[in-house]
Design a protein around this ligand. Structure first.
Ligand SMILES: NC(=O)c1ccc[n+]([C@@H]2O[C@H](COP(=O)([O-])OP(=O)(O)OC[C@H]3O[C@@H](n4cnc5c(N)ncnc54)[C@H](OP(=O)(O)O)[C@@H]3O)[C@@H](O)[C@H]2O)c1
Length: 333
C-alpha cells in the first residue's frame, strides 16, 4: 500500500495551476501510541485554499514548499493505537491532500455512522457551520427580514439561504447561470434568484428588494458587495463571510465605494472566521442535523472522482463548476 500526497510546489499567481502542486508517493504512516491512521475518502475543496497556498491567512500555520497541501477531509480509521477511536470509526479532520494520514483523536470529529460521508462534509461540515454561525450569530435573522445571499448556489450560500428561509425571512440569491438560479428557487425554496452573469444585478436587487436588504450574506465581495451596500434597509447587517471575486486578483483591489451607506442606514458590517466558533461546533452540527433529518434542509455535492484530480477540482471551484459543495472522492489506486 502506498500513500499518494500532493505537496505545495509553487505559490499561485492568478488562478491556481496544476503545476502549483507536486504528486509524490510514499509509505503509509504507522499508528504510534495514542494516534490513529485514517484512510481519507473525501477531500473538501475550499476557496480559502488559494490564500493558504500564499500564506495570506493568519488563522492557519504557514505552508512551505514541499509541505503536504492543507485541506479538510473525511474517512475511516484503518489502524488504531487509541482506545477512543477503534478501527472502522468514521472521522473528519484536517488531513491534508494525502490518502492516508496519521492523526490524534482530539483533532478529529466523529461522524454519524448512518449518513453519507459526503453529507458530513457539506451541510454538516465546515461550510454548513459557516452558514449557521454567520447567519445566526452575525446576521441575526428575524421573521419578515429580506435576506440577500451571494455565492448562493455554493456550499455555504445554499445553506445560509435556506437557514434564513427557515427563520422566516424572504430570501434572494445571486448565482452564476440559469441552472443554479432555477435550483435555488425550485428546489431550495429561495423566493427569487439573480443570475449575475446574465442579468443586471443593480436593477434586479432594486426590483427584488424594494424595501431594502436587512441581511446581506456576502461570499463574493467586489461589485456585488457594493450594490448590496447601496440597497441596505435601516439597521441592516452585512455578514462578510468571503470575497471570492478578489482571491485570484494580482493588481490593486477596489474598495467598496458605498460603505458610507452603513452610516445613513445605521447598519453593521462584520467579518468572521468560522474556526473561532470551534468550541460551539457540536451545537451548530446538532442544529443542522436536526433540520436535515426533519427534511427542511436540502444540499448538493459535486463530486470529482480520483485523488489525482484534486488540483483540477480546486480550479473548477473558482470557475463555478460546482453546485453545492465541491468534493473529491479518492478512488482506490
Ligand atoms: N469566513 C469563514 O470562516 C469562511 C468559511 C468557509 C467559507 N468561506 C467563504 O465563503 C465563500 C464560499 O465558500 P464555499 O466553500 O461555500 O465555496 P462555494 O460557494 O461552494 O464555491 C465557490 C463559488 O464561488 C462562485 N464564484 C467564483 N468566482 C466568482 C466571482 N469572481 N464572483 C462571484 N462568484 C464567484 C462560483 O459560483 P458561481 O457559479 O455562482 O459564480 C463558485 O461555485 C468563499 O468566499 C469562502 O472563502 C468563509
Amino acid at each position: 500500500m502506498k500513500n499518494r500526497q500532493f505537496l505545495l510546489n509553487a505559490r499561485p499567481e492568478g488562478l491556481v495551476k496544476t503545476s502549483d502542486f507536486r504528486l509524490v508517493e510514499g509509505a503509509v504512516p504507522e499508528a504510534q501510541d495514542g494516534t490513529v491512521v485514517v484512510r481519507v475518502d473525501y477531500f473538501s475543496l475550499d476557496p480559502a485554499m488559494r490564500g493558504w497556498m500564499e500564506n495570506r491567512a493568519d488563522y492557519v500555520a504557514p505552508l512551505a514548499f514541499g509541505d503536504v497541501m492543507r485541506g479538510g477531509g473525511a474517512g475511516e480509521v484503518i489502524a488504531s493505537r487509541s482506545a477512543q477511536l477503534p478501527i472502522g470509526t468514521r472521522v473528519a479532520g484536517q488531513f491534508g491532500w494525502q490518502e492516508y494520514a496519521l492523526a490524534q483523536p482530539e483533532h478529529l470529529a466523529v461522524l454519524p455512522a448512518d449518513l453519507p460521508l459526503a453529507t458530513s462534509m457539506s451541510v454538516l461540515g465546515i461550510t454548513g457551520l459557516t452558514a449557521w454561525f454567520g447567519l445566526h450569530d452575525i446576521g441575526q435573522p428575524k421573521p419578515g427580514n429580506t435576506v440577500l445571499v451571494s455565492g448562493a448556489a455554493g456550499a455555504t450560500g445554499s445553506i445560509a439561504g435556506q437557514l434564513a428561509r427557515i427563520a422566516g425571512c424572504r430570501v434572494v440569491g445571486i448565482a452564476g447561470g440559469a441552472r443554479k438560479c432555477e435550483w435555488l428557487v425550485h428546489e431550495l425554496g429561495f423566493d427569487a434568484a439573480i443570475d449575475y452573469k446574465a442579468q443586471d444585478v443593480k436593477t434586479e436587487v432594486r426590483r427584488l428588494c424594494p424595501a431594502g436588504i436587512d441581511i446581506y450574506f456576502d461570499n463574493v465581495g467586489g461589485e456585488i458587495l457594493d450594490i448590496a451596500l447601496a440597497n441596505l434597509a435601516m439597521n441592516a447587517r452585512v455578514v462578510i463571510c468571503g470575497g471570492i471575486s478578489r482571491y485570484n486578483e494580482t493588481g490593486e483591489l477596489p474598495g467598496p465605494k458605498n460603505y458610507f451607506n452603513l452610516v445613513f442606514r445605521r447598519a453593521r458590517m462584520e467579518g468572521f472566521i468560522v474556526l473561532d466558533y470551534a468550541p460551539r461546533f457540536a451545537e451548530g452540527r446538532s442544529a443542522l442535523e436536526a433540520e436535515l433529518r426533519a427534511g427542511r434542509l436540502r444540499h448538493a455535492e459535486t463530486v470529482i472522482e480520483g485523488f489525482e484530480r484534486l488540483p483540477e477540482a480546486l480550479i473548477a471551484l473558482f470557475r463555478g463548476e460546482n453546485l453545492g459543495k465541491m468534493l473529491v472522492h479518492r478512488q482506490p489506486a
